[in-house]
Design a protein around this ligand. Structure first.
Ligand code: NAD
Ligand code: UFG
Length: 357
């Protein structure tokens, strides 16, 4: 698909979604540069990507330790390499942390992105795929969520995504040479089928699947199920979980749309949902993971988590029609691959912490 001439900058490429996307980009023949400050990732993930693609394609990947808040780091990269497009993952993403430390989120996510866009404009690289989130729908009034719904973020993290969407729309409005795709991910889970790449959160996980995974390998004793009195069939909340490899392929589809457009094509700044369009409850997810892993996941029924919506899932029509992309995997495959990653790497990319040996 990609050609040797096409070089893609992937910010945050050492992280969870970034590594899986970089792998697919390399497999599709693109050259890839990563910039990451390793704030929430480790370099071992890049070594795993190289191992998976083999020695030949590995030569098409280079890694730069750098921070988007530091313009010199970006300047060094752009002055040496001509990028055909940028996939921008780098950002902080923990909702709770963003409530406690809003300035940290506005600084990292907004300043980092503004530096990136200024440098892109300077070097005339105006094709961008941006990681947005279903968080921009807030508490959706209706489901499924459709891209033209009114947007409403509920916390500082969500507001950074909402502001960055608005900034992207303004950049395009001021200069129609830009071609921008905003991808609103629903709940990314799962791992590469090899079990060599996966999500490796630092500290106690905030999100459901990494938490279940850590219970399954014995790192945590039980799962707190937040809410059992929702108006849903089993009382637990419903989300649209999407396999990270489907998400990676969604990025390739978006990128190809940008790269295949003629210079004078007016593409605009367009948002797409990346989800499966299917809702699954917390208790259904627990049961699916137990089935895939053969492990019992002890649960504790707890009060609702403040700010959580009852039921969220995507309308997938726009991405299917305009990106020609559709998620392939269901929750069985998500749990199967997540368990493979967890069972082969119970402590993530690092070996077991010394204090626990
Ligand atoms: P992640 O934390 O695994 O990856 C993000 C990467 O960006 C990390 O490797 C981190 O070290 C790097 N980074 C952060 N700030 C940086 C900076 N200033 N300079 C350079 N590198 C920096 O997260 P992820 O799950 O892979 O998410 C990727 C993107 O997708 C994020 O923007 C996130 O907000 C968005 N997103 C994630 C989810 C999800 O549930 N995982 C859902 C919706 C949207
Ligand atoms: N949940 C539990 N126990 C846990 C963790 C989560 O019961 O230990 C429940 C939550 O209450 C929710 C569901 O599992 O009902 C999913 O929770 P996650 O934290 O995994 O995901 P959310 O849908 O709450 O939201 C996350 C981010 C949002 C982002 C969204 C989609 O927090 O910012 O994923 O990407 F928009």
């Amino acid at each position: 698909m990609g050609s040797q001439q096409q070089t893609i900058l992937v910010t945050g490429g050492a992280g969870f979604i970034g590594t899986h996307t970089v792998l697919q980009l390399l497999n599709d023949g693109f050259r890839v540069s990563i910039i990451d400050n390793l704030h929430n990732s480790v370099q071992e993930s890049i070594l795993r990507v190289k191992e998976l693609v083999g020695p030949k394609l590995s030569q098409n990947l280079d890694f730069h330790l750098g921070d988007l808040r530091n313009k010199d780091d970006l300047e060094k990269l752009f002055s040496k390499t001509k990028f055909d497009a940028v996939i921008h993952f780098a950002g902080l993403k923990a909702v709770g942390e963003s409530v406690e430390h809003p300035i940290r989120y506005y600084d990292n996510n907004l300043i980092g992105s503004i530096n990136l866009y200024q440098t892109m404009a300077k070097y005339n690289c105006k094709k961008l795929v941006f990681s947005s989130s279903s968080t921009v729908y807030g508490q959706p009034e209706k489901i499924p969520c459709v891209e033209d719904f009114h947007l409403n973020a509920m916390n500082p993290y969500g507001r950074t995504k909402l502001f960055l969407e608005e900034i992207a729309r303004d950049i395009y409005a001021a200069d129609n040479d830009w071609k921008i795709i905003l991808l609103r991910y629903f709940n990314p889970v799962g791992a590469h089928e090899s079990g060599k790449l996966g999500e490796d959160p630092k500290g106690i996980p905030n999100n459901l699947m990494p938490y279940i995974q850590q219970v399954a390998v014995g790192r945590l004793p039980e799962l707190n199920v937040y809410g059992y009195d929702y108006p849903t069939p089993d009382g637990s909340a419903i989300r649209d979980y999407i396999h990270v490899m489907d998400l990676a392929d969604g990025h390739i589809a978006a990128l190809c749309k940008l790269l295949n457009a003629d210079d004078d094509d007016v593409m605009g700044c367009v948002a797409y949902n990346l989800g499966t369009g299917r809702g699954t409850s917390v208790l259904e997810m627990v049961a699916a993971f137990e089935k895939a892993s053969g492990k019992k996941i002890p649960i504790k029924l707890c009060p609702r988590r403040p700010g959580d919506a009852t039921e969220v899932y995507a309308s997938t029509k726009k991405a299917e029609k305009e990106l020609e992309w559709k998620a392939k995997y269901g929750i069985e495959e998500m749990c199967r691959d997540q368990w493979k990653w967890a069972s082969q790497n119970p402590w993530g990319y690092q070996s077991k912490p010394l204090k626990d040996i």
